[in-house]
Each structure stands twice: as C-alpha cells, then as structure tokens.
Design a protein around this ligand. Structure first.
Ligand code: ADP
Ligand code: MG
Length: 391
C-alpha cells in the first residue's frame, strides 16, 4: 500500500504497524469544555494515519505527507515549544507518555492526515491521537484497550497540545478522537470526564449532516480564544465558583444581575460584555442536554432549532462567529436545513447543517454560490457520519 512505500522511502525500513484517529465535528456545546461543561462531538470519517516503527535509541524521527519535511529530535530534548511547528504535536505525545511514567523509546513515524488542517475539525487531536495509538502499539502500553485507557490517553494527548505545542485548548477534541463510536455521538462531561453515547443515525431518518469548511482563518483566533477563556474565568472567580458549570441555569437572570455588581470597575472589558459571555456558556450547556434528549427521541426538528439557537448565541453573545460562518448558516437555513451552526472555536473554520437528504444538493449549491457572489474563497462541503475513534 501507498503508506507503506512512503514510510520505506523516508526511513529506509519497514513500518511495524499503522494506526489512525479521526478528526471530529462538534454537534453542539461550543466553548463549554474549558468551563467544565458539556459537548457533543462525533468522530469524522476523515482520519489521520500514523505508520511507525520502534527505534533502539530514544530519538523520534517524524515525517508528514502534508508538510513534506522530516523532523528529528531526542525525546529528552522535547520541551514547551520544542520542537517548533507541526512536529510538536507528535513529539508532545511522546513527552506526555514519558511524563506519565511510560518508559517508551524512540520511533520513526510517518503521518498522513486526511482531516483538513486548521478547518476546526481537529486535525490536531487526530495527529496526536494517531501518534498516541502508534506509540501505545509499538511499546505494548495497551492504551486503546477500553474506554478508561482511552480517556487516559486523551488526557496525555491534551497535555501534548497544551504543554508542548502550546495551544491552550480544552479536552473535547482528544476525547472525541479516542472515544468516538460509529453511529453515535459522544456526550462529554468536561467536569469529570464522564461520557455517554447518544444515537446519531440520521440516515435512517432521511437526513444528512453537511460539514461546510469555509476555508476562512481569521488571524484573531488565538488571541480571542484566550480572551474568551479569561472572561469566563474572571466571571467564575467573581461569582466564587470553580467554573461556570456551577451556575444554576434556573437562576441565570439573577446571577447575571449580581455579576454586574461583582465585576464593576476591574478587568479588560465592561461587565455587560462578560455577562453576555456567561449567558452563552450557561445556555449552551443546557442546549447540549436538550439536544442529547432530542437526538435520543429522534426529534430532528428539535435538534435543528437547538443548532440555530447555538449559532445565534455564539454570534451575538460570545461573538466568535464571522461573516463566512454566518453566511453559510443563513443560506443553509434558507434552503431548508433543519438547523445550522458554526462548530469549533470560531473566527473561520467550519459550520454544520442538518438537512433532509433531498435538499443536501441544493444547500451545497446555494452556499457555494453565495460565497462566490460575496467574493469569498470557495467553501469545501462534505457529508459526514459518526465514525469510530482511534484504532
Ligand atoms: P485544527 O485542529 O482545527 O485542524 P489546529 O490549529 O488546532 O487546527 O491544528 C492544526 C495544526 O496541527 C497544523 O497547523 C499542524 O501544525 C498540525 N497538524 C495537523 N495535522 C497534521 C498533518 N497531517 N501533518 C502535519 N501537521 C499537522
Ligand atoms: Mg485543533
């Protein structure tokens, strides 16, 4: 097979195996993971592959078919920001395994990622989790054995991203990439890491989930992500709570009124802005619960309404949408989608639309046309189903 030949061409030896992990798309529950909230991702059919072979020294040599280069580093030299660039996502996993007490040696690793990079579909978790699966396989760590082991590996892959690649993301992406199941969404409770599967077999009901990669990547992403996290943390601290998860949704209006007084004066943004950020987080966590219930009841119109409400909240209260995401969602809704919303961190990336099969084609055509009419880069649109986690 092609991958094997590519490995031999890079490393002059045979791989010992091939592992893979999927990208993910979050159905609902955005900017909730770092607030100890709920999210509801599915694994994508697009996967990142890691072919690998053990080495007798403690060096890592990693090559990616997407970047074309080969990076070499000794495991003890891996540190925050070292190596730089994409290889940190691979090296970080080796570092995290060692930091957790696993006595792994070196490896040659070839990456082939079919998850679009930087599209909000978590190519980063896919590359980390594929690497984690590969190192576990090479060194008999058995970290894919059951959901408890997989959840443990997810934590290590998140550490790789946070501490070595220096991307301050929540834990949803790695959990999805490792714990996803075919035909099911993963209801993830980020307070305690608990997961529950929720049926998501929309084909049976004549529906399609379209993923619309807007191809937009607005430069504000990193700074704004950090700013939103900081606002949430500031609000929780002012309320004397460990996280916004602890806000009682039934008392939301009263809590928000109190918050204005508690915040007065200090901080980088006016209290009214922080109040809107909190309102998004608290209502979004409720929407995840309602969405899981609607999916279980196969109430797809209800799911669609929740998608639309989530998008409005992200656009108006959390302010992480952008022109391209708003356009994709509004055109999809106008063309008969049951619901559409931005997914992922925002400021570009992807949107999803839940559509009756018969309008999938028209929605694709109309979104593509609207982007062209607005002078935007053509979006990439595909139908997704819930695919299994790393293996
Ligand atoms: P997303 O996770 O939404 O795709 P991120 O910015 O979190 O976006 O992660 C994208 C980064 O992950 C890339 O810029 C690159 O550094 C790394 N990456 C992911 N997949 C690959 C790959 N197949 N080859 C090389 N680097 C990759
Ligand atoms: Mg990512």
């Amino acid at each position: 097979m092609q991958h094997r030949e590519a490995f031999v061409a890079r490393f002059g030896r045979e791989p010992q195996g091939s592992w893979s992990a999927p990208g993910r798309v979050n159905l609902i529950g955005e900017h909730t993971d770092y607030n100890s909230g709920l999210a509801l991702p599915i694994g994508l059919p697009q996967r990142t592959y890691a072919l690998a072979a053990r080495r007798t020294d403690d060096r890592l040599r990693v090559a990616s078919l997407q970047t074309g280069d080969l990076v070499e580093i000794a495991i003890p030299q891996i540190a925050p920001g070292v190596p730089q660039g994409w290889a940190s996502y691979v090296a970080g996993v080796a570092w995290a395994l060692r930091a957790d007490g696993f006595d792994i040696g070196g490896a040659d690793v070839l990456i082939d990622g079919q998850v679009p990079l930087g599209a909000g579909l978590s190519s980063s978790a896919a590359i980390e989790c594929a690497t984690g699966a590969a190192l576990s396989g090479l060194y008999d760590l058995d970290l894919l054995a059951d959901d408890t082991d997989r959840a443990h590996l997810a934590v290590l892959c998140r550490r790789a991203e946070n501490e070595i690649a220096l991307a301050p993301t929540g834990g949803m992406d790695q959990a999805a990439s490792l714990l996803a199941r075919a035909g099911q969404a993963l209801l993830l409770d980020c307070r305690d890491g608990a997961t529950r599967l929720v049926p998501f077999e929309i084909e049976r009901d004549g529906l399609v989930l379209l993923v619309i990669d807007t191809r937009a990547h607005h430069a504000l992403v990193d700074g704004q992500y950090g700013a939103r996290r900081a606002s949430c943390e500031r609000a929780a601290a002012a309320l004397g709570l460990p996280s916004l998860r602890e806000v009682d949704p039934a008392r939301l209006d009263a809590v928000l009124a109190d918050l204005v007084g508690l915040l007065a004066g200090d901080g980088p943004e006016p209290p009214e802005v922080v109040v809107r950020r909190v309102r998004h987080v608290v209502t979004e966590i409720e929407r995840v619960q309602e969405c899981a219930a609607a999916m279980t009841a196969r109430d797809w119109e209800g799911v669609g309404r929740l998608f639309a409400a989530s998008h409005a909240s992200l656009r108006d209260d959390f302010e992480v949408s952008c022109l391209e995401l708003d356009l994709a969602c509004s055109v999809a809704q106008d063309q008969g989608a049951l619901g559409a919303r931005m997914t992922g961190g925002g400021f570009g990336g992807s949107a999803i639309a839940l559509v009756p099969e018969a309008v999938a084609g028209p929605v694709q055509a109309a979104v593509t046309e609207a982007f062209a009419a607005a002078g935007l880069t053509a979006p990439s649109i595909f139908a997704a189903h819930a695919a299994p986690g790393a293996g």
